[in-house]
Design a binder for this molecule. Structure first.
Ligand SMILES: [Zn+2]
Length: 146
Protein backbone atom coordinates (compact mmCIF):
# COMPACT_ATOMS: atom_id res chain seq x y z
CA UNK A 1 0.00 0.00 0.00
CA UNK A 2 1.34 3.40 -0.94
CA UNK A 3 1.53 5.71 2.05
CA UNK A 4 2.43 9.38 1.51
CA UNK A 5 3.25 9.78 5.20
CA UNK A 6 5.80 6.99 5.22
CA UNK A 7 9.39 8.06 4.41
CA UNK A 8 10.17 4.55 3.14
CA UNK A 9 7.25 4.73 0.69
CA UNK A 10 7.79 8.30 -0.47
CA UNK A 11 8.82 8.86 -4.10
CA UNK A 12 12.18 10.20 -2.83
CA UNK A 13 13.13 6.77 -1.51
CA UNK A 14 13.47 5.47 -5.07
CA UNK A 15 16.70 7.46 -5.50
CA UNK A 16 18.18 5.84 -2.40
CA UNK A 17 17.46 2.23 -3.36
CA UNK A 18 20.76 0.59 -4.29
CA UNK A 19 19.47 -2.95 -4.63
CA UNK A 20 16.09 -4.64 -4.58
CA UNK A 21 14.40 -7.92 -5.21
CA UNK A 22 10.69 -8.62 -5.49
CA UNK A 23 10.11 -8.32 -1.71
CA UNK A 24 12.92 -6.25 -0.15
CA UNK A 25 15.03 -3.17 -0.79
CA UNK A 26 18.44 -1.98 0.38
CA UNK A 27 19.28 1.65 1.20
CA UNK A 28 22.14 3.29 3.07
CA UNK A 29 21.15 4.96 6.31
CA UNK A 30 21.70 8.68 6.72
CA UNK A 31 22.47 8.33 10.43
CA UNK A 32 25.28 5.83 10.78
CA UNK A 33 27.99 4.99 13.27
CA UNK A 34 30.28 3.45 10.65
CA UNK A 35 30.63 3.78 6.86
CA UNK A 36 28.27 1.68 4.79
CA UNK A 37 25.60 1.21 7.48
CA UNK A 38 22.46 0.12 5.71
CA UNK A 39 18.77 -0.69 6.02
CA UNK A 40 16.74 -3.47 4.44
CA UNK A 41 13.12 -2.44 3.94
CA UNK A 42 10.09 -4.51 3.10
CA UNK A 43 9.11 -3.51 -0.41
CA UNK A 44 5.45 -3.42 0.56
CA UNK A 45 4.34 -0.91 3.19
CA UNK A 46 4.07 -3.01 6.34
CA UNK A 47 4.37 -1.37 9.73
CA UNK A 48 5.79 -4.14 11.90
CA UNK A 49 7.57 -7.47 11.90
CA UNK A 50 4.34 -9.22 12.82
CA UNK A 51 2.61 -8.18 9.62
CA UNK A 52 5.33 -9.50 7.33
CA UNK A 53 4.52 -12.76 5.61
CA UNK A 54 7.15 -15.50 5.66
CA UNK A 55 8.36 -14.80 2.15
CA UNK A 56 8.89 -11.12 2.97
CA UNK A 57 10.63 -11.96 6.24
CA UNK A 58 12.92 -14.47 4.55
CA UNK A 59 13.72 -12.10 1.69
CA UNK A 60 14.58 -9.28 4.11
CA UNK A 61 16.83 -11.39 6.34
CA UNK A 62 18.54 -13.11 3.44
CA UNK A 63 19.36 -9.71 1.94
CA UNK A 64 20.54 -8.48 5.35
CA UNK A 65 22.82 -11.51 5.70
CA UNK A 66 24.30 -10.93 2.27
CA UNK A 67 25.08 -7.32 3.20
CA UNK A 68 26.54 -8.48 6.55
CA UNK A 69 28.77 -10.91 4.64
CA UNK A 70 29.99 -8.03 2.46
CA UNK A 71 30.85 -6.00 5.59
CA UNK A 72 32.96 -8.89 6.90
CA UNK A 73 34.46 -10.26 3.68
CA UNK A 74 34.88 -7.12 1.57
CA UNK A 75 35.27 -4.35 4.13
CA UNK A 76 36.93 -6.40 6.92
CA UNK A 77 34.70 -5.08 9.70
CA UNK A 78 35.05 -6.81 13.07
CA UNK A 79 31.34 -7.59 13.42
CA UNK A 80 27.81 -6.76 12.37
CA UNK A 81 24.55 -6.08 14.19
CA UNK A 82 21.27 -6.99 12.51
CA UNK A 83 18.50 -5.20 14.33
CA UNK A 84 14.80 -5.11 13.67
CA UNK A 85 12.91 -2.86 16.10
CA UNK A 86 9.26 -3.75 15.87
CA UNK A 87 6.87 -1.44 17.66
CA UNK A 88 7.36 1.82 19.52
CA UNK A 89 8.18 -0.04 22.73
CA UNK A 90 11.09 -1.72 20.93
CA UNK A 91 12.44 1.57 19.62
CA UNK A 92 10.84 1.55 16.18
CA UNK A 93 10.60 5.15 14.95
CA UNK A 94 9.52 4.66 11.33
CA UNK A 95 6.36 2.56 10.96
CA UNK A 96 7.60 0.54 8.00
CA UNK A 97 9.34 -2.77 8.71
CA UNK A 98 13.12 -2.49 8.33
CA UNK A 99 16.31 -4.18 9.48
CA UNK A 100 19.38 -2.17 10.48
CA UNK A 101 22.65 -3.70 9.26
CA UNK A 102 25.32 -2.11 11.39
CA UNK A 103 28.97 -2.78 10.65
CA UNK A 104 31.02 -2.81 13.86
CA UNK A 105 34.60 -2.05 14.78
CA UNK A 106 35.86 -3.46 18.06
CA UNK A 107 35.25 -0.82 20.74
CA UNK A 108 33.43 1.67 18.46
CA UNK A 109 30.32 2.14 20.61
CA UNK A 110 30.05 0.58 24.06
CA UNK A 111 26.49 -0.74 23.97
CA UNK A 112 23.90 -1.26 21.28
CA UNK A 113 21.29 1.17 22.59
CA UNK A 114 23.69 4.11 22.26
CA UNK A 115 23.92 3.87 18.51
CA UNK A 116 20.16 4.14 18.22
CA UNK A 117 20.48 7.76 19.33
CA UNK A 118 20.54 9.88 16.12
CA UNK A 119 22.56 12.60 17.84
CA UNK A 120 25.27 10.13 18.74
CA UNK A 121 25.24 8.69 15.24
CA UNK A 122 25.77 12.11 13.72
CA UNK A 123 28.61 12.77 16.16
CA UNK A 124 30.31 9.49 15.31
CA UNK A 125 30.13 9.59 11.54
CA UNK A 126 28.75 11.81 8.80
CA UNK A 127 28.96 10.15 5.40
CA UNK A 128 29.94 12.37 2.48
CA UNK A 129 28.17 12.07 -0.85
CA UNK A 130 31.35 10.48 -2.28
CA UNK A 131 31.36 7.86 0.48
CA UNK A 132 27.68 7.09 -0.04
CA UNK A 133 28.30 6.64 -3.77
CA UNK A 134 31.35 4.45 -3.08
CA UNK A 135 29.41 2.10 -0.79
CA UNK A 136 26.38 2.08 -3.07
CA UNK A 137 28.53 0.99 -6.01
CA UNK A 138 30.27 -1.78 -4.05
CA UNK A 139 27.00 -3.14 -2.62
CA UNK A 140 25.41 -3.10 -6.06
CA UNK A 141 28.37 -4.87 -7.64
CA UNK A 142 28.64 -7.50 -4.90
CA UNK A 143 24.90 -8.20 -4.77
CA UNK A 144 24.56 -8.54 -8.52
CA UNK A 145 27.37 -11.14 -8.68
CA UNK A 146 25.12 -13.94 -7.50
ZN1 LIG B 1 6.03 2.60 4.07
Amino acid sequence: MFDMECPFCSPQIEKRVIYENSLARLILTQDAINPGQALVLSKRHIATLYELNENEFNAMYLLAKRVADIFINTFSYDGVNLLLNSGVAAGQTIPHAHIHIVPRILGDVPIAREWLNPLLQRKEYNPTHTELMHYSKIFKNELEKS
